[in-house]
Design a protein around this ligand. Structure first.
Ligand code: UD1
Length: 330
């Protein structure tokens, strides 16, 4: 049973990945200080897998605490690094918090890996590294544009840190993760006030908000609203298992897009949510949001050919699971 350190393994994408790792026969070891998630996700993982999970309540930026984790765990095959802050707006207001934590935790992890002769790391990157791409669907060879936020900048810098290190790495560039595990036992427990589209839709559906404002309908897209590539978090989690299988056999530095390849507009996303869940969502059209790009969706050829991964879940399934998660939070 190969042990994998999963920093941020109690978070939204981390918890889903832990479940998939176990189902694939790995032994994930969670390292998380629960600073922006809940113990509920650890309990949820344990219910889904029907056994206890090993976890360390540890801050990944604390080198001596991380040294203890590695000393306790013995032989480790690789690491998957999720531990990071993710609220774009907050990163604009408090950039230092993002640089300290998001760069600091990767720095410490790489140092621990080097000290313990561990080579393999998978990093949570984002399609935000591309900015507004010149060519759609965007592929991995697209040059990085100037980041729209300190959050985006930390993703670009972390990819650079991996390139300059001696490790073997896979950067997974996530498109827009949505939904939850079908059990509704794990999900996004962060304290961040939702700013992403689907959590806002589910808050309208449950009555926490009166309506959702669609940010602009005058873009150069078929219905005038922005286009994104919404990926079911369970599919996204599975890509990490494929990436770890790959990294164990292949050395070097790699980056892959993780999306469905399908561009969906804001109005289409609202409609699919409504139809899948038989609920009407109250929305109005408002002005554009600063920093939003018009459209982005993934070219998934490379991840399919190299990792044998492609999205399997539908947008309808993702919207149903997002709604089930919202209802379970009450
Ligand atoms: C955002 C971040 C991105 C990050 C990603 C993580 C910004 C500018 N970008 O991406 O860096 O990696 O989240 O998931 O914040 N929308 C509305 N009304 C709303 C909320 C959203 O119309 O109330 C629209 C947006 O204009 C956008 C789409 O829905 O077109 C998706 O928005 P969102 O879920 O916030 O994701 P991104 O902006 O793509």
């Amino acid at each position: 049973m190969k042990k994998i350190i999963v920093t941020g393994g109690a978070g939204y994408i981390g918890s889903h990945t832990v479940v998939e790792l176990i189902e694939a026969g790995y032994t994930p070891i969670i390292v998380d200080n629960l600073c922006n998630t809940s113990i509920q996700n650890i309990k949820g993982i344990e219910k889904i897998i029907d056994k206890k999970i090993k976890w360390h309540n540890t801050d990944c930026t604390n080198k001596s605490a991380m040294d203890k984790v590695f000393a306790t765990e013995g032989k480790i095959e690789g690491a998957i690094h999720f531990a990071a802050y993710k609220a774009v707006e907050e990163s604009v207001q408090n950039p230092q918090k993002y640089y300290d934590n998001n760069l600091g935790s990767l720095k410490v992890l790489l140092q621990c890996m080097s000290d313990n002769s561990i080579k393999n790391i998978i990093f949570s990157s984002s399609c935000t590294v591309y900015g507004m791409p010149d060519v759609l669907p965007v592929d991995e060879s697209a040059l990085f544009k100037k980041a729209e936020s300190p959050y985006g900048e930390t993703k670009q810098i972390c990819e650079g840190m991996l390139k300059d290190d001696t490790c073997n790495s896979v950067a997974l560039r996530y498109f827009n993760p949505i939904g939850s595990h079908s059990s509704a036992l794990i999900g996004d427990c962060s304290a961040d006030k939702p700013s992403n589209l689907v959590p806002i839709i589910t808050e309208v559906a449950i009555g926490k908000r009166k309506k959702i404002t669609v940010f602009g309908d005058d873009y150069n897209t078929p219905d005038g609203t922005c286009i994104r590539d919404y990926i079911h978090v369970v599919d996204l989690a599975r890509s990490h298992v494929k990436a770890m299988n790959f990294l164990i056999k292949n050395s070097g530095k790699h980056a892959f897009n993780v999306g469905t390849g399908i561009g969906v507009s804001v109005l289409e996303a609202i409609k699919v949510f409504e139809e899948s869940n038989n609920i009407t969502i109250n929305y109005t059209i408002g002005p554009r949001r600063d920093g939003d790009i018009e459209q982005i969706y993934a070219n998934g050829s490379l991840v399919k050919s190299k990792l044998g991964w492609e999205a399997k879940e539908t947008l309808e399934q993702a919207m149903i699971s997002a709604w089930n998660w919202e209802k379970s939070k009450k």
